[in-house]
Design a protein around this ligand. Structure first.
Ligand code: ASP
Length: 310
């Protein structure tokens, strides 16, 4: 039976200051438009989440693609994962430095490789061999982030910034991006893309691109994408944990909220999650002051409604 499409996107969860709200809302709404274009013409959920994430990778507002946080060495290092709920095929890249849209490379891995995950130069080589153009790392660096890193490292050198804790406070930006979609064929998919955390050690990989941690999709349970402090999310394998609650018969809305409670109670973690099942039911939850998200369903499309909030 054909399904009514659904698309949910997010652009990070943290204590976003008022003056950054508009840029985030604008970004998630643009992503929604791009992903919806695919779904409304009957295209696959996999394409929809890829196109939505590309828009946010290209928007320097977010911690994904150009404009991402810089690592300790002043470089952008990106992670991304995409997963198809109908086949469980997935493609992930980690610690890539020369890809403008890591989600495109992740998609190539999903579609054209027997493997699931590539890192660093090997991932870039795979991407280049499969038609994804490489860029210079400098092309991904923006002045705002150079300044942010300089300020942080200065504070750290003076002993005012604690390298372990302050960096991961909810007041520090978590602008990872992600999308989950349901297509007319009844299939769901998920994608997540990030620049990780500010001043991270080179080679550090977060939750975002790890299957079941920052991203997961299975038609039999749910599609999920997370944002937030990656280490606790990773330890709890949170996207899969949430999908399992859905397959046990719970609504995605409940499972999303429970995931945030679990993250807080078990490891004092913080972040946000979007969850969608193949019946089109979805949930959006965060335990941070704000989360940038937007969603659209076929019914709302008919009524001319589009939702998005902080
Ligand atoms: N979860 C991401 C990471 O730890 C960061 C974020 O969402 O802001 O890499």
């Amino acid at each position: 039976m054909p399904s009514d499409p659904v698309l949910v996107v997010h652009g990070g969860a943290w204590a976003m200051p008022d003056d950054m709200v508009q840029a985030h809302l604008h970004g998630v709404r643009n992503a929604l438009v791009a992903g919806w274009r695919v779904l409304e013409r009957g295209g696959p959920a996999l394409d929809a989440v890829e196109e939505a994430v590309v828009i946010m990778e290209d928007d320097a507002t977010f911690d994904a693609g150009r404009g991402s946080f810089l690592n300790r060495d002043g470089k952008v290092q990106l992670d991304a994962l995409i997963m198809d709920g109908s086949t469980l095929r997935a493609g992930g890249v980690g610690c890539v430095e020369r890809l403008k849209n890591p989600i495109r490379a992740a998609r190539k891995i999903l579609s054209e490789s027997p493997h699931v995950y590539f890192v660093a130069e090997g991932a870039e080589q795979f991407a280049a061999e499969h038609g994804v153009a490489l860029c210079r790392n400098e092309d991904l660096v923006v002045a705002r982030e150079v300044e942010r890193l300089r300020e942080y490292q200065e504070l750290a050198a003076r002993g005012s910034a604690n390298d372990g804790e302050d960096l991961f406070a909810p007041s520090i930006s978590h602008d990872t991006v992600g999308a989950v979609a349901l297509d007319r064929g009844g299939n769901i998919a998920a994608a997540t893309s990030t620049g990780g955390t500010l001043n991270k050690a080179p080679g550090r990989l977060g939750d975002s691109s790890l299957i079941g941690c920052g991203c997961y999709a299975d038609n039999l349970s749910a599609a999920a994408s997370t944002t937030g402090w990656g280490e606790p999310i990773m330890k709890l394998v949170l996207a899969k944990w949430t999908a399992d609650r859905v397959s046990a018969g719970n609504l995605p809305e409940w499972a999303a909220q429970e995931a945030m409670n679990y993250l807080k109670q078990r490891l004092n973690g913080h972040g946000g999650i979007i969850v969608l099942n193949a019946q089109g039911q979805f949930g959006i939850a965060h335990n941070t002051p704000r989360m940038a998200w937007a969603c659209k369903t076929a019914k709302e499309e008919e009524a001319g409604i589009e939702r998005g909030a902080m």
